[in-house]
Design a protein around this ligand. Structure first.
Ligand SMILES: [Zn+2]
Length: 335
């Protein structure tokens, strides 16, 4: 079942001065997919959060810095990440949409979506996270807003699955010490932001709650589906969460442009199908071209109508990485 879709034209007001892969056109692609899927009637205008809410996720000094940059008409926060006059409102609206999608998943079930910009998973407490050189197009951490919303509803264990091709370093940093936020992140290894390795498992009492699956370059559907089944699906079966938050990036699709991954509809549809028994809030992260045109609808249709089935062979390198991740996490999880 498809639930609510949170989208606002305010998200289009965050726009670059010159060509940039993270631009409003990305949402036009998603919206045309939504029309083709005949889901227009599910679209709801979200409500923005206020500044005090943002300061519960991020350090107040960072929030002020973003606000000032926008007010002063600055063009960039760093070489990757632009700001413009519409950025502040779009970013607050993106947090609000993510919050509402999580609450909708909890209340009504089904697949709920926050189709937002700017993206969020690279934004840490004070901006750049875990030694990353830039914010990687992100301003505030949208999935963190979804976590806070669920916390207010007294949900104890919260699961985030991040399948964007890049590691969600901001999300990992924000919840590093939090044992009740189980963050599973599958991504291409050794690319921006150069974190998300097997041994990053959380700090202190939260050890074992952060699960990283750094996939080899050029991984394909069979590699991803194998890792997904062995680790993501197993952990979901262990936790049986009331809601699954998905940081959904479609930049691992073959030819999307920013990575070497070779995923197709097959993986995205499989991922959707394997989540169908859980209420989901999908928060949009990366994906720049063909991944949005083909990966996004495959995920939605997978959740709606497909059984998860696969018989592909993963590469030897993938087998080794999956074994390593399972081995490191075996004190906390049974696979
Ligand atoms: Zn990405």
């Amino acid at each position: 079942m498809i639930g609510e879709i949170y989208y606002s034209r305010k998200f289009l007001q965050h726009k670059p001065e010159n060509y940039h892969p993270e631009n409003p056109g990305r949402l036009w692609i998603l919206m045309s997919a939504i029309r083709e899927l005949m889901l227009d009637d599910r679209i709801i205008e979200p409500i923005p959060v206020d500044e005090s809410f943002v300061k519960r996720i991020h350090d107040p000094a960072y929030v002020e810095l973003v606000k000032r940059a926008v007010e002063e008409g600055r063009k960039y926060l760093d070489p990757d990440t632009y700001v413009c006059p519409g950025t502040w409102e779009a970013a607050l609206m993106a947090l609000g949409a993510s919050k509402l999608a999580a609450l909708a998943a909890l209340r009504y079930g089904g697949l709920n979506m926050a189709l937002v910009r700017p993206p969020g998973h690279h934004a840490g407490k004070r901006g750049k996270a875990m030694g990353a050189p830039t914010l990687g197009f992100c301003i505030f951490n949208n999935v963190a807003a979804a976590v806070l919303a669920l916390r207010e509803e007294d949900l104890e264990k919260i699961v985030i699955i991040d399948f964007d091709a890049h590691h969600g370093n901001g999300t990992q940093e924000i919840f590093w010490q939090d044992p009740d936020v189980i963050h599973i992140d599958i991504h291409e290894r050794d690319i921006y932001p150069w974190t998300g390795y097997e041994r990053e498992i959380g700090g202190g009492l939260a050890k074992g709650s952060k699960i990283n699956i750094p996939m080899p370059h050029y991984s394909n559907d069979s590699d991803y589906i194998f890792a997904w089944d062995e680790i993501v699906v197993s952990i979901l079966e262990n936790v049986k969460p009331k809601v699954v938050l998905v940081s959904a990036g479609f930049d691992g699709f073959k030819g999307d442009g920013l990575t070497t991954l070779k995923l197709t509809e097959k993986f995205f549809s499989y991922a959707g199908a394997s989540l169908r028994r859980y209420p989901v809030a999908m928060i949009f992260e990366g994906g720049y071209d063909v991944g949005l045109k083909r990966g996004f609808p495959a995920f939605v249709k997978g959740y709606e109508e497909k059984e998860a089935k696969d018989n592909g062979q993963p590469s030897y390198e993938t087998l080794k990485i999956v074994e390593e991740v399972k081995d490191i996490l075996s004190p906390w999880w049974s696979f």
